[in-house]
Write a protein of this length. Structure first.
Length: 664
């Protein structure tokens, strides 16, 4: 290595140290080829650390706010009957298996919450009766077979919940267990951890295989279940280091891997490409909790990393107060009271772990949180009523998260009645819980979903999920030749935001989704110009070697009012969106509530409009005007050579060849 190369490496190391901290830098270096060793941790010292390794009992017992919260749950928790071990599902119909799997998951997750809450309560309140009841519940759970319905190879999420609950109960209540009780608990945990961390088992689907000591995630980090398992194993094995060679090796192999890349679904900007629903399920329920526990046990503070700091922008801009639903991916359509409660819990857990003016505003404006969620119980207790409910002065009303290719453009982020335009063209493709929706958009206004991502998350891998929900035709995006679209369930279906500009009165975003179409198209460029507060122009420039029938898709919760072959109106609880095709190939809108595969369950009908060209062509250009509020804004269009020019809201917007866009 010459002097120049050495200087570059040294500069990079200094930058990594500033961004991640010394411990995580050591982990990153170990991932580059050095032997694994828990960063900043002496294994000999860790193995002799007293229990509990992940709690500060003295601080908890003198925290009056925490004591008051825990006091409220005691009676209900103690009265809840001990659950029997769920039976293995002997079913062959996929839908029935999915429902049974959710039942098992609900039982295991419910017991996880109850045991850990009761253990914290017993220690904090120093209540002997509650301690006895907690131990009974832990012993009951330890008796469930690691090869049964909650075993890793039958239900990895339920099995993970059981192992996690037993390990934390072992650590937290260590002094309250007898030597024989500890031995039995360790045996139960070891059997489950052994499966979680094992090498691939021949004949089992890769999704259910063990992590192969982390090598599985080295090869393919975008295993959503595996990434959560890795996070929890980092804690499980840290609290059990010194008890068995399995746990010691687990610390050496898994902890540095987790610290090096805790979140695989985004870069340092804090994005979560796998969708907002899986963001709060994974981040709130696992990573936030893990960060609190590892900070106490290892002295490593992942709350101070760039990803953690950037995550605030992701949730504040893509799940702002008053939003009717999530965004982009499985379960994004869900926005009922239960989901609103989870969003509020996430907001307050974040503001408790990493407070700032923006985080405090966000937490203050979301209500209905679950104060007994573990991420909140482990965090600093705060009086949310004393926080400002005003958006910090100077906060931008739009954002582009380049790491995941998402854009949010709001009329006013601080107003619940805002209009919101979301745009996606992501390098993470359509893999896992992401959809084939590059260059798609979503529009909400006045707390209502107007231009929606259609379909329902009935269950993962369902006929509806495969044949509609994941497909491009289910989104506000471009298809061709009767609904053909992008590749789905692959990282190869990539998009890219090639341009983003944020200004006081307008925003501009351009995405290139040609790769997502898997070679079927030669050009697929979409630009969105958002003129605050409610005017949106969507321009598409398309090309193909093979002549195509081109299709511009739009979806809504209710039937759309047709105002001629080129115009539609969406109305939802008083909020309105008028759509006019200003420029397009010869054709017309048609709409239906019929889809390729219906969801299994009781779901409301949705409506799907498609503007289809009447003739095939090798190129096509669409220019749509979306008027939020249907204010009938004056708009004019002219074409000069290969350029379209729109006069709107006192501005001229030019759309040129290959998607070039200029705002004057």
């Amino acid at each position: 290595m010459d002097a120049a190369e050495f200087g570059a490496v040294a500069t990079g190391m200094r930058r990594m140290k500033r961004k991640w901290g010394r411990a995580v830098l050591i982990a990153l270096l170990s991932m580059a080829g050095a032997p694994y060793a828990a960063p900043g941790v002496d294994m000999g010292r860790l193995a002799t650390l007293p229990h509990p390794r992940t709690l500060d009992l003295a601080a908890m017992q003198t925290n009056m706010a925490l004591r008051a919260i825990l006091q409220k749950s005691m009676k209900a928790d103690m009265a809840f009957p001990l659950p029997a071990e769920p039976a293995v599902a002997a079913l062959t119909v996929k839908a029935e298996l999915a429902r049974r799997s959710l039942d098992i998951q609900s039982i295991a997750f419910g017991e996880e919450d109850r045991i850990l809450r009761m253990a914290l309560s017993a220690l904090t309140l120093q209540d002997d009766a509650l301690l006895v009841a907690t131990k009974q519940r832990v012993v009951n759970l330890a008796g469930w077979s690691p090869k049964g319905s909650t075993g890793h190879f039958n239900h990895d999420q339920a099995g993970r919940a059981v192992a996690w609950s037993l390990a934390l109960a072992y650590d937290w209540l260590y002094e309250r267990w007898s030597a024989e009780e500890r031995r039995k608990l360790l045996a139960a945990i070891k059997a489950r951890v052994g499966d979680m961390i094992s090498a691939p088992v021949q004949g089992l689907p890769t999704g259910w295989a063990g992590l192969d000591w982390g090598k599985k995630l080295d090869r393919w980090p975008y295993d959503s279940h595996g990434a959560v398992t890795m996070a929890r194993l980092a804690v499980i094995c840290t609290v059990l280091a010194g008890e068995n060679a399995l746990f010691d090796r687990c610390v050496r192999e898994m902890v540095p891997r987790y610290l090096a890349r805790p979140i695989p679904w985004g870069g340092l900007e804090g994005g979560y490409a796998n969708g907002t629903a899986y963001a709060f399920w994974d981040v709130l329920d696992t990573h936030f909790v893990v960060w609190h526990l590892l900070r106490k046990a290892l002295g490593v503070d992942l709350w101070q990393g760039d990803w953690a700091r950037g995550y605030l922008n992701y949730i504040a801009y893509f799940l702002p107060p008053g939003t009717p639903s999530g965004l982009f991916g499985d379960a994004a359509e869900k926005g009922n009271q239960g989901y609103q409660r989870m969003w509020a819990t996430q907001a307050k857990a974040y503001a408790a772990g990493l407070p700032s003016r923006l985080a405090d505003w966000y937490a203050r404006n979301l209500s209905g949180e679950n104060p007994l969620h573990l991420a909140l119980l482990l965090a600093q207790q705060r009086d949310w009523s004393k926080l400002s409910d005003q958006l910090p002065t100077g906060t931008p009303h739009a954002i582009h998260l380049a790491d995941i290719g998402w854009v949010a453009m709001h009329s006013s982020l601080g107003e619940r009645t805002r209009a919101s335009v979301y745009f996606k063209s992501s390098p993470y493709g359509s893999y896992n819980h992401s959809h084939a929706d590059q260059n798609s958009f979503v529009i909400n206004a006045r707390g209502q979903a107007l231009a929606i991502d259609s379909g329902y998350y009935d269950f993962y891998g369902s006929p509806h999920w495969k044949d509609w929900y994941k497909q491009t035709r289910a989104h506000n995006a471009i298809t061709f030749d009767g609904g053909q679209g992008q590749l789905h369930d692959t990282m190869a279906a990539k998009g890219k935001i090639t341009r983003f500009e944020h200004h006081a009165d307008y925003d501009l975003a351009t995405g290139d989704a040609v790769d997502a179409y898997g070679g079927a198209l030669e050009r697929a460029v979409r630009s969105i110009v958002y003129l605050r507060p409610g005017a949106v122009l969507v321009h598409d420039s398309l090309a193909s070697v093979t002549p195509r029938t081109w299709e511009w898709n739009l979806h809504a919760l209710s039937v759309m009012k047709e105002e001629g072959p080129r115009s539609l109106e969406i109305e939802q609880e008083g909020a309105r969106l008028c759509v006019t095709m200003l420029g397009a190939p010869e054709g017309a809108f048609a709409q239906t509530d019929l889809i390729a595969a219906e969801p299994q369950g009781n779901y409301a009908r949705q409506w799907h409009a498609r503007y289809a060209s009447s003739r095939k062509s090798a190129t096509a250009e669409f220019l749509a005007f979306l008027d939020v509020g249907c204010e009938r804004k004056k708009v004019s269009l002219r074409r000069e050579g290969g350029q379209l020019s729109v006069l709107l809201e006192g501005r001229r917007i030019d759309f040129g060849n290959a998607g070039r866009t200029d705002v004057h």
